[in-house]
Design a protein around this ligand. Structure first.
Ligand SMILES: C[S@@+](CC[C@H](N)C(=O)[O-])C[C@H]1O[C@@H](n2cnc3c(N)ncnc32)[C@H](O)[C@@H]1O
Length: 330
């Protein structure tokens, strides 16, 4: 065991404002339970000090809140900090996730935290075999993070314009970073030709998709209503469902209500159906609307149990964002 100092990223500070230390500690504690952590502040730099084995360093470097890792030399608490060259080895340039800005984009650091919390809550041997779904995927921040981790995923988004926006953004970064890639598009039907209830379809009544493949991972984004998840995804089963659900204030749901709870109650059954046993759902939500207890009640009706994780942080006067995690129980 050696003593290390994790430097908190300025990105985490802008994602979580005054609550960044609590959120960083919550993520760390979920991945490394029972670890004693101290806070050290030097000028504007915040560090979390901890003692771990050296083979933990790559996982610590992937924590969303970590900007760099230092070894603390000597026995003294104020021992010198030596920067370490610990790399994160993600696939795809970080511009694929961070480069494009658009209205309604989920904070990239939060999205990485959701990925880390989800991955720490499931069992897997080979990360490339993990299957990810974002059933309200917007412009694919979660799915692109998934591809950086080497994970293939699918997304559903009600706004039909999202597909063209995603393609345009991703093509730009492929060109800038000379990334080999492949695009494909087409239509998926509902199960046994069943027509989706959603309005976000083509004239033929089928739901459009695009696939983007790079390195060994692929993401598919389907235009459609998340209420139809089970029929849109047919026999697909997922290890992880990760989504930043509409905040009510900025995002209206398909039924044009400010409270996303009604739509989520309709979605919960289908999301649970496409989740593997012991698979996990990680949701970011505005804890004013819906309330955490209401969200838990809506999902726990469908073979899901809420795990202990939470990471509340204020984003604005009207939004305190939080994270809830559900595990599928048979
Ligand atoms: C908070 S945004 C997610 C943003 C996304 N993570 C990103 O960074 O692009 C929530 C998304 O859910 C979508 N949405 C809301 N209700 C939906 C529904 N019933 N079916 C599919 N998508 C829905 C909205 O259109 C919006 O894009």
């Amino acid at each position: 065991m050696k003593r290390f100092a994790l430097l908190i990223s300025p990105r985490a500070k802008s994602a979580y404002f005054n609550d960044y230390l609590e959120v960083a500690k919550a993520e760390l504690a979920w991945l490394f339970p029972d670890l004693a952590v101290e806070h050290l502040k030097i000028a504007q730099m915040d560090f979390l000090l901890l003692s771990v084995a050296e083979d933990c360093l790559p996982a610590l470097a992937r924590l969303s809140c970590v900007y760099g890792i230092f070894e603390q030399k000597g026995e003294q608490e104020d021992g010198q900090l030596l920067p370490l060259a610990v790399t994160t080895d993600f696939d795809l340039n970080e511009d694929f996730v961070f480069g494009s800005k658009f209205k309604g984009k989920t904070n990239e650091t939060l999205t990485q935290m959701l990925m880390n919390v989800g991955l720490a809550s499931i069992e897997y041997d080979d990360i490339s075999k993990v299957k990810l779904l974002d059933p309200m995927c917007g412009r694919a921040t979660t799915l692109l993070w998934g591809m950086r981790y080497g994970i293939s995923g699918k997304g559903i988004e009600q706004e039909s314009k999202a597909l063209a926006d995603i393609e345009q953004n991703v093509k730009k970064w492929c060109k800038v970073h000379k990334q080999k890639h492949h695009f494909k598009d087409g239509f998926v039907g509902g199960s046994s030709g069943k027509q989706s209830k959603s309005k976000s379809k083509s004239k033929q009544g089928k739901n459009k998709f695009i696939d983007f493949s790079a390195n060994d991972a692929t993401m598919r984004i389907i235009t459609g209503d998340s209420v139809d998840t089970a029929s849109l995804l047919k026999s697909d089963k997922f290890d992880l469902i990760i989504s930043d659900i509409p905040y009510g204030i900025q995002h209206f749901t398909t039924s044009k209500t400010r409270n996303p709870l009604a739509v989520l109650e309709e979605c919960a059954k289908g999301w649970s159906e496409v989740l593997k046993n012991k698979g996990v759902i990680v949701l970011a939500f505005n804890s004013y609307i819906p309330k955490r207890v209401e969200l838990i009640a809506a999902f726990c009706r469908h073979n899901l149990e809420a795990l202990e994780f939470s990471a509340p942080h204020r984003m604005s006067e009207s939004i305190v964002r939080d994270v809830v995690v559900f595990k599928k129980v048979s």
